[in-house]
Design a protein around this ligand. Structure first.
Ligand code: FES
Ligand SMILES: [Fe+2]
Length: 343
C-alpha cells in the first residue's frame, strides 16, 4: 500500500513517538515495533519497566526481537545468551565468562497514558520535553485502536486544522475557529466549532479543542453541548516508514464536561461512560476512514495557494518546521541517526 503512494518530501519529525500500547507489552515480554523504517525491540522487565532497544545484538548480530527473552531485569539474546540491562550494557554471557565491552543501542523510553514512547531527535539531542501524564484520568473506559496509514505525521496532524475539509470530507457545517491556533515551543492548541446533521431534525453541535505536543501526540476534546458529553481522543502518530504512519488512538467519553452532575465514582457515571465509549469506537473509526483515501494518494504542496476559509494551515506548518532539526531528507536522516547511535 505504502510503496504505491507519493512520498512526501518531509523528514522524520523529532519528538516522542509511540511504538506500542502498554497493554501489548506484558511483564517479561519481548515484542517488535517499526519506527522510521527500522525495527525497534521492546521488552518489559519482570519489575515492570518498559525499554526500547535497537534490534541487533552487538555480539554477532542476532535480532533480539526473534527469540530474545526477559530474565529478571535483563534482555537475553537467543544466539549465545548474552544479557543486556536496560541501559544496553552487556552484563553476562551465556557461558558464564566475563562479558565483553559491548553495548546494545537503546532508545530513550517513557511509558504514560497507556502507551510506550521513544524519543527521536535527528541531531541526537536528549528529550526536549516530557509526555504529559494522566491525559485520560477522567476517561476511565478509554478504548484503543490503531491503524496503519499511507501518509506522513505532519499531514495527518494538519487534517485537524484544515477547516475546509471538515465540511467536504466529514459533512460538518458552520465550521469556525473559536480559539485561533497558538503555540508555545513544542506545544500548540486551537479550538474549532461546527455541527453535524445526524438524523433529520437533529443538528449535533460540537466544540473541538485540540492540544498538540509535537507531531507525535495530540489530544482532541470534542464537547457536545446539547448533551454535556466530552469525547476525548488521544492520538499518536508514528512514522514507520517514509510514507507510512502507525496511528494509535485511545478514545474515552466523559458525561458532563465538569463532572458535576455525574461524580466520577458514581455507578451512573461509570455505566454511562462505558456505554458512550463503546459507541465512540465506530464514530472515531468511521470519521478516520473518510480521510484515509485522500492521505494515501495525495501529494504535498509546500506552498499551497490557500483560500479564505482554509484555516491556519500556514501557521501550523511554520510551527511544525521546528521538528525537522536536521532538515534532511528521510533516508539521510536515518543514516545519520544510525551512525551517531553506534558511536
Ligand atoms: S549474537 Fe547475541 S549473544 Fe551472540
Ligand atoms: Fe479529517
Amino acid at each position: 500500500m505504502a510503496s504505491m503512494s507519493k512520498e512526501l518530501p518531509l523528514p522524520y519529525p523529532d519528538g516522542w513517538a509511540a511504538v506500542a500500547f502498554g497493554s501489548d507489552l506484558g511483564a517479561g515480554k519481548v515484542i517488535r515495533a517499526r519506527f522510521m523504517d527500522e525495527d525497534v525491540v521492546l521488552f518489559r522487565t519482570r519489575g515492570g519497566a518498559a525499554q526500547a532497544v535497537t534490534p541487533y545484538c552487538p555480539h554477532l548480530g542476532a535480532h533480539l526481537g526473534y527469540g530474545g527473552r526477559v530474565v529478571g531485569e535483563r534482555l537475553v539474546c537467543p544466539f549465545h545468551g548474552f544479557a543486556f540491562d536496560r541501559t544496553g550494557v552487556c552484563v553476562a554471557t551465556g557461558y558464564g565468562k566475563r562479558p565483553p565491552r559491548a553495548r546494545l543501542g537503546t532508545w530513550e523510553t517513557t511509558e504514560t497514558n497507556g502507551l510506550v514512547f521513544v524519543w527521536y531527535s535527528a541531531q541526537g539531542l536528549p528529550p526536549q520535553w516530557d509526555v504529559p501524564p494522566a491525559l485520560l484520568e477522567s476517561f476511565p473506559y478509554a478504548m484503543q485502536c490503531s491503524r496503519l496509514l499511507a501518509t506522513h505525521p505532519q499531514d495527518t496532524v494538519e487534517n485537524g486544522i484544515d477547516l475546509g475539509h471538515f465540511r467536504y470530507i466529514h459533512g460538518l457545517t458552520g465550521v469556525e475557529e473559536i480559539e485561533s491556533f497558538s503555540s508555545d515551543g513544542h506545544r500548540a492548541r486551537y479550538v474549532l466549532a461546527g455541527a453535524k446533521g445526524f438524523l433529520p431534525g437533529l443538528l449535533l453541535r460540537m466544540e473541538i479543542s485540540t492540544r498538540l505536543w509535537g507531531l507525535g501526540l495530540n489530544v482532541v476534546d470534542t464537547y457536545f453541548p446539547q448533551f454535556g458529553i466530552t469525547l476525548r481522543s488521544l492520538v499518536t502518530r508514528t512514522a514507520t516508514g517514509p510514507h507510512q504512519v502507525q496511528l494509535r488512538a485511545r478514545v474515552g467519553v466523559r458525561p458532563d464536561a465538569g463532572g458535576k452532575s455525574f461524580p466520577p465514582a458514581s455507578r451512573r457515571f461509570r455505566s454511562l461512560a462505558a456505554l458512550l465509549t463503546a459507541a465512540a469506537r465506530p464514530a472515531f473509526t468511521s470519521q478516520l476512514a473518510l480521510d484515509v483515501p485522500v492521505w494515501a494518494h495525495k501529494s504535498y504542496i509546500p506552498h499551497p495557494p490557500l483560500a479564505q476559509g482554509d484555516g491556519p494551515i500556514t501557521l501550523y506548518r511554520r510551527w511544525a518546521r521546528q521538528f525537522y532539526s536536521a532538515a534532511q531528507p528521510v533516508g539521510a536522516a536515518a543514516v545519520e541517526r544510525k551512525s551517531s547511535r553506534d558511536q
